[in-house]
Design a protein around this ligand. Structure first.
Ligand code: HGY
Ligand code: MN
Ligand code: MN
Length: 412
């Protein structure tokens, strides 16, 4: 299979996976759902076609393995995630798993000084339960009982969803991998931003992944009649929240961090009722954890000032935290040599504003990432997410060459 046809096949398979959605006419595939089951079966079949030995691990990740020059060697793992956000694009995560299968299909692993594994992680996005990186945290042995007790919006906990999926949540520890069984982790992913596009580059090597924290924020005032309640006597939770959302944008820009309020709801939600409660999300990320944490301290102080002035109360809960992750220098060098093999003599270095499974996998082995250009102004987490077949072919060439570069490092 040449790079071009391998790329075409990977893109066609992204289209096939996009059909496995809980939303008619849009893409949404959350963990421990029928769509998750379908995606694992489809991707597991493609792994088997590439002669990988396929299994589903105790966390619901789909895994494939090819032995190296002798059986039982530590593995270089290639992968990404198969779950999506709501109304998603079709390449975020999926393309990385499918290009990993193409690499496994092209390389004769019997010449490698390590085994080659491909993994399709579940629940990287946290769409269903709020917390993210579930599959990769389980791979790193970092999923605890409190996480398993987390409910989705219908009150179904992770443990109950796993049981319904046919998994035993008490065996989640069986998904954990030992550092001594791993050589490293390489992930190919769309950039999900405009930087490669603006630089006129098809590929980039990731040096670090932004640290992120996610919060549930709440303002509590007092509901009242939309007509009969004079402004001077209102304790309007939604107007206070609106001031805080503006403060999030202002403080994020001032501190060079990236704050987003993606979800906001007013309660009780009547069009003729002054909102008594407003619940909203905050996704806050930065290249350095200290930057991110200092920005949150400023947002928290600004919110307290707004709420005191408006006679309402402020509260927040942290749902998720993943610290900034530096990529392994040797694996970064392997990705750079892969990019050179694909025809780009000066690989562009970039830090990832998007979060990735490597933030969890780094707890058990070194990680590195290959980015490929996003079209359509770099849009992602949106149905207009797009890549070209030519860039995908470049990425496949670079990804395969990076694996061979890791092998050369190991032989040296
Ligand atoms: O949120 C992120 O950055 C990633 O797409 N999960
Ligand atoms: Mn995503
Ligand atoms: Mn992703």
């Amino acid at each position: 299979m040449t790079g071009a046809t391998g790329a075409a096949r990977a893109l066609a398979r992204c289209d096939a996976l996009a059909e496995l959605s809980s939303l008619p006419g849009a893409v949404e595939r959350v963990s421990f759902s029928p769509e998750h089951r379908g995606a694992n079966a489809l991707v597991g079949g493609w792994m088997a076609e590439a002669a990988l030995l396929v299994r589903q691990d105790a966390a619901g990740n789909v895994c494939g393995r090819l032995e190296g020059e002798r059986p039982g060697l530590p593995a270089l793992v290639l992968g990404s995630h198969l779950d999506t956000v709501t109304d998603a694009g079709r390449y975020d995560g999926m393309l990385g798993v499918l290009l990993a299968i193409e690499v496994a299909d092209r390389i004769d692993t019997r010449s490698l000084p390590f085994a080659l594994e491909v993994i399709g992680f579940t629940d990287e996005e946290g769409t269903r339960f709020g917390n993210a990186l579930f599959g990769s945290r389980a791979f790193a042995g970092r999923v605890g009982d409190d996480w398993l007790a987390t409910p989705d919006r219908k009150g179904v906990t992770v443990a109950q969803a796993m049981t319904g999926f046919g998994l035993d949540p008490t065996s989640i520890g069986d998904a954990a991998r030992r550092p001594e069984d791993l050589v490293g982790y390489l992930e190919t992913h769309i950039e999900q931003g405009p930087h490669l596009l603006d630089a006129g580059r098809s590929l980039g090597v990731v040096t670090a992944i932004a640290g992120a924290r996610r919060f549930a924020l709440q303002v509590t005032g007092r509901a009242g009649h939309a007509g009969g309640t004079p402004y001077a006597r209102r304790r309007d939770a939604a107007v206070a929240a609106a001031e805080i959302v503006i403060a999030v944008e202002r403080i994020s820009i001032e501190t060079g961090t990236i704050g987003t309020v993606g979800r906001i709801r007013a309660f009780p939600g009547g069009v003729n009722v002054v909102p008594g409660v407003c619940r909203f999300s905050l996704d806050l990320r930065a290249e350095q954890d200290e930057q991110r944490d200092a920005a949150f301290a400023r947002i928290d102080a600004a919110a307290r000032e707004v709420c005191e002035r408006r006679g309402v109360t402020w509260s927040w809960e942290e749902l998720y935290r993943a610290d900034a992750t530096t990529c392994d220098p040797a694996l970064v060098a392997a990705i750079e040599s892969g990019i050179r093999a694909a025809g780009d003599d000066e690989p562009m270095r970039i830090w990832s504003r998007a979060g990735h499974d490597g933030m969890a996998v780094t707890d058990v082995t070194g990680i590195a990432m290959l980015f490929l250009r996003c079209g359509n102004d770099g849009i992602s987490h949106h149905p207009d997410e797009t890549v070209t077949e030519a860039d995908t072919a470049d990425a496949l060439e670079a990804f395969a060459a990076a694996v061979l570069a890791v092998a050369d490092q190991h032989r040296a």
